[in-house]
Design a protein around this ligand. Structure first.
Ligand SMILES: O=C[C@H](O)[C@H](O)[C@H](O)COP(=O)(O)O
Length: 227
């Protein structure tokens, strides 16, 4: 199976965790896209009744086009379960997210959820996180100064750009600075530093949020539970 087929496998499998009448957080990305397609199928063909809370404009458009009922995160008093992708996951289930620039809404939805599940192909697992560049969402005003401060601290920052060379903007109109670190040995310390920098809106370290990961492997979907 190629990477897309592994993503499709876990995307489809993850819908088994969604029970009738749940309020479900719908993540963002190429793996989640398969999950939302399957959820749409079950809603339409099996009459599964759910409310979705989306984490990006992309996912909202897809879910609505499939007839899934969507509510704003502020219009629900809880979220039962969120299913999302991830860019890298360590042995102890700490993650990097935001490769698709949706980290801010994703973290808002994840922290409101009673349970979070990540769906990934096996290439996303590593002993320690950090080989995937860590996204940091910053407001445009003063973002050059934030980048300079990160440089001084040795964090190897780079603005994320579009194919045409312009700065990428998130759904909230912010920029992304990616930190090319190779390895993050102390994610909690780094998270604490980043969130306190003026101009930083959010970062892609998702720590202590997930205890179930569904991994697409050549032998089928494998469910990992935190010990
Ligand atoms: O900003 C995007 C999200 O954090 C995605 O969930 C993450 O990048 C994984 O995406 P994909 O399933 O496309 O690899």
């Amino acid at each position: 199976m190629n990477q897309d087929e592994l993503k499709a496998l876990v995307g489809k499998k993850a819908v088994d965790w969604i029970k009738p009448d749940m309020i479900v957080g719908l993540g963002t990305g190429s793996t989640v896209k398969f999950m939302v397609d399957e959820l749409g199928r079950r809603v339409n063909e099996e009459g599964l009744n759910v409310i979705g809370v989306t984490t990006s404009i992309r996912t909202k458009k897809q879910a609505e086009s499939l007839g899934i009922t969507i509510k704003d995160v502020d219009d629900v008093d809880h979220i039962d379960l969120t299913i999302d992708g991830a860019d890298e996951i360590s042995d102890d289930f700490q993650g990097i997210k935001g490769g698709g620039a949706a980290l801010l809404f994703e973290k808002i939805v994840a922290t409101k959820s009673k349970k979070n599940i990540w769906i990934v192909d096996e290439s996303k697992l590593s002993k320690n996180i950090g080989s995937f560049p860590l996204p940091v969402e910053v407001i445009p005003y003063g973002s050059g100064t934030v980048l300079e401060n990160f440089k001084q601290k040795g964090l190897n920052p780079k603005f994320r750009i579009n194919e045409d060379g312009s700065l990428l903007k998130t759904d909230s109109g912010n920029y992304i600075i990616d930190l090319h670190l190779q390895e993050i040995k102390q994610p909690h310390e780094l998270a604490e530093y980043l969130i306190h920098q003026v101009g930083v809106v959010e970062h892609g370290l998702f720590l202590d949020l997930v205890n179930t990961v569904i991994v697409g492997t050549q032998n089928g979907p494998q469910v990992l539970e935190a010990r």
